[in-house]
Design a protein around this ligand. Structure first.
Ligand code: SF4
Length: 465
């Protein structure tokens, strides 16, 4: 039996897709190169933006047509949309399985039974905001431990979940309603998983959490009695001791004071902790930040960045912004531009607000910024950031950087003077700068030195040393 997996959305989803792929692989399924060859198609979905859901519905429309000629094809929807829409999604003609993020340990059973019984299957949490029953948490933990070292999508790299869910309730965000309450994984389980990944040749581990800097887990201290609350700084320190692991990153950070000093100190003290912080601001207007239920002001946010740069000189900082939140005026938007200019991000992810059903913003605020204004603000902010990025990237000219090679560049048409034996490769620095150069594909998963010869706003181009 062949299975085809497609993942939409964030790293958390990509990690779930990798776990599902490993679990089904162990159950005897092989991976199909395309939907045409597959007996089962699983789509891991994202609900964070309306556009992400629209893409999934268009994909399902396409699968509906395929199913007309191949009625035996089984289609499963997993992830955030599965949890959000539940049985409504199961009514879709193309869909046979709906499986929420907390139910992925059941995926092999769901797929096998659907293939045999030809009946639709639903597995989602009824009360997503209630703390999950212990049996469910344990099942997720067993699933993560068993398959968390399987499918590594980029050679030499792996994502490891530090936390699940979120308790922050930013008013625009669907995550707390589809991923449930914030739960930190036991440090021992995380460290054990990283050790096994290191044994398999993984060099870069990225710890994942919606607010990964709020990681906390009470457990006895190492080698002692009593109690200690483990923080992300502790995780970084313990993971640093693992032989074979050379770089450690974590995403995404929420701009909060709690644990911030300790985490910065850990980055400064631990050579393996990459000098990189992804810390979304979302807006530069205090009025909008309040309406978003982000619990900081623009000034406090800039204060955190200042602290980060003082403790970790040269730290690369990435941000996220949302334009067109309900009630965002030109003045609010100007404040965002001002923040972007002052923050000096390495890069920024910019999104247009779209109401998500069930969130406070959707229930209480009118989506009153016209689409064309959202689009214009998006472009304008991106232009400001691109100028900053281009300037920062120019500082790399003629310098040597250490790069962890990911593999073939997705844009081989940019190939500069490459050959079959030396195609265009892509990798990243410890600070997450994208570097493109020519070299043998066998370097994927290895560290190399590259001399930067050309830069753009998004990319550093160079020559292998
Ligand atoms: S911190 Fe806010 S934006 Fe991030 S996942 Fe939680 S609710 Fe969503």
């Amino acid at each position: 039996m062949k299975i085809f997996l497609r993942s939409y959305g964030c790293q958390m989803n990509k990690l779930d897709t990798a776990l599902v792929s490993s679990a089904l692989g162990e159950a005897g399924f092989s991976v199909a190169d395309s939907e045409k060859e597959a007996d089962v198609v699983l789509i891991n979905t994202c609900s964070v933006r309306q556009h992400a859901e629209e893409r999934v519905f268009s994909h399902l429309g396409h699968l509906k047509h395929i199913k007309k000629s191949r009625p035996g094809l089984v289609v499963g929807v997993i992830g955030c949309m599965a949890q959000r829409l539940g049985d409504k999604l199961l009514e879709h003609e193309a869909v046979d399985i709906v499986c929420g993020p907390a139910q992925i340990p059941q995926i092999t059973k769901l797929v096998t039974e659907t293939l045999q019984e030809k009946k639709k299957k639903l597995a989602v949490s009824e009360k997503i905001r209630q703390r999950s029953p212990e049996s469910q948490t344990q099942a997720l933990e067993r699933f993560e431990s068993a398959y968390g070292i399987g499918d590594k999508q980029i050679p030499g790299q792996a994502f490891v979940r530090a936390m699940r869910g979120c308790n922050n309730f930013c008013t625009y965000c669907i995550v707390p309603f589809v991923r449930g309450p914030e739960t930190s994984r036991a440090p021992a389980a995380i460290i054990e998983q990283i050790k096994r990944l290191a044994d398999e040749g993984v060099k870069l581990v990225t710890l994942l959490g919606q607010r990964v800097n709020s990681y906390k887990y009470p457990a006895p201290p190492r080698g002692g009695a009593g109690k200690k609350t483990y923080s992300l700084a502790d995780l970084l320190e313990m993971a640093s001791e693992i032989e074979g692991i050379e770089w450690l990153r974590f995403v995404t950070s929420y701009p909060a004071e709690e644990f911030f000093d300790d985490i910065l100190q850990a980055i400064a003290d631990l050579p393996k902790a990459c000098n990189y912080l992804h810390i979304p601001a979302q807006s530069g207007s205090d009025r909008i930040l309040r309406a978003m239920n982000r619990r900081y002001t623009a000034g406090e946010y800039l204060g955190l960045l200042g602290k980060a740069r003082a403790v970790v000189p040269g730290i690369a900082i990435a941000g996220d912004f949302m334009v067109g939140f309900p009630g965002e005026t030109e003045e609010d938007f100007e404040a965002t531009i001002e923040l972007v200019k002052r923050a000096k991000y390495k890069n920024c992810f910019i999104f247009k607000y779209s109401p998500r059903p069930g969130t406070t913003a959707d229930k209480r605020l009118e989506d009153n910024v016209p689409a064309e204004v959202k689009k214009r603000r998006n472009i304008e902010l991106l232009d400001v950031q691109n100028e900053i990025s281009a300037e920062m990237n120019r500082e790399f000219l003629n310098k040597e950087v250490k790069v962890l090679v990911e593999g073939l560049s997705k844009k081989p048409h940019l190939n500069r003077g490459g050959s079959e034996n030396s195609p265009q490769l892509v990798g990243r620095t410890a600070t997450d700068y994208i570097v493109v150069f020519n070299g043998p594909v066998s370097l994927a998963g290895e560290f190399v030195k590259v001399k930067i010869t050309e830069t753009s706003a998004l990319t550093l181009f160079g020559e292998l040393i």
